[in-house]
Design a protein around this ligand. Sequence first.
Ligand SMILES: *Cc1c(COP(=O)(O)O)cnc(C)c1O
Length: 409
Amino acid sequence: MTHSVSEVTPRPSTASLYEAHVLGNYARAPITLVRGQGCRAWDDEGRRYLDFSSGVAVSSLGHCHPHWVAAVRAQAGELVHTSNLYRNPNQGELARRLVGYAGPGRVFFCNSGAEADEMMIKLSRLHGVAKSGGEEGRCFKVITARNGFHGRMFGGMSATAQEKVQKGFRPLVPGFVTAELNDLDSFAALMDEGTSAVLVESIQGESGIRPCTTEFLQGLRRLCDERGVLLMVDEVQCGLGRTGAFYAFEAAGIRPDAIAMAKGLGGGFPIGAVWIAEKFADLFTPGTHGSTFGGTPLACAAALAVLDVIEREGLLEKVSVQGREWLADLEKLVGEFPAQLSAVRGRGYLVGLELTSDPAPYVEALRERGLLVVPAGGNVIRVLPPLIATREELAESVGLLRAVFASRA
Ligand SMILES: *Cc1c(COP(=O)(O)O)cnc(C)c1O
């Protein structure tokens, strides 16, 4: 009889495996999660958490939603991967559904937010070349907003005007310049013949839930139209229903020229996408971009299941209405604990609590009381419930937050 190594050797603790073998690029919380159901997750010591981290805005349907599980299981037994050398039915259908939300255009599939952002940056280069009558290197400036976040790859990192993201990795990709969020004049001042695109998050996530105002997004749309500059919106974190609208920019009544999506799209299965307006979609021709894994039958089945549930369960409406009530309750905490909590910002289930000090001890205290949340820049705690979170679960989070603020008052 043969035994596999794992049968004869007991596996070391997860903590020691991480300590010995996993790259140290994260400051991880000292818990090991092993199971999830809905808004709940459990660790390996049997402790239960209200998971309002949603894996950083990814688990839009919570953990193991039955419709999502059934769709992924069925697809895993049918066809998982084919590459983009061939069509697959799910990719076509998912593109159709996304175009239904975004407007006339075409969709490219990849595997993450960073990849979606890289693809949009390549779009800006192709647009710049087209604007320059086919000549490269004349029109490639992209104007971004201070404290924006566009992923960790070279293009997106270069577009991310944050020292903590760029430090140690220079030289960066050239062409990115930084203007001030919600200051249209600062964008206009940087715009010239060499400008191909503007790239902004509709609501800045990583830097602490900072929304573009309606006037600002409308102003950018006007400015970009006047100057023949692409308006590219990064909806990787704020899109896919998180704010109660399918895309966060909808609140401003505008339509961008390109939209990057990822995080919540697959409900936990890795998938990213870029929608490009019809007018610019032809800039990509065979061979100009690609992805081996992008848009597999399995990834697209997961994303289709997410869209099914959002639509069937009326989640946009629920997130919008319940999010407003929840925000009002959270705002009361500012009045109760002004020495610790200076502001609450957000829309729908994308909320930031701005503290008067480092959020790390609060994130830890909340975890110990059973609430998982995500730190962000600028002393902000992000609270990102799954889109399926109920009024009761939202109220429970307010109670846990109140208890932690009270214990530290
Ligand atoms: C998370 C995030 C990214 C990067 O996504 P990854 O999937 O981690 O590569 C890009 N842009 C925004 C706005 C994000 O929040």
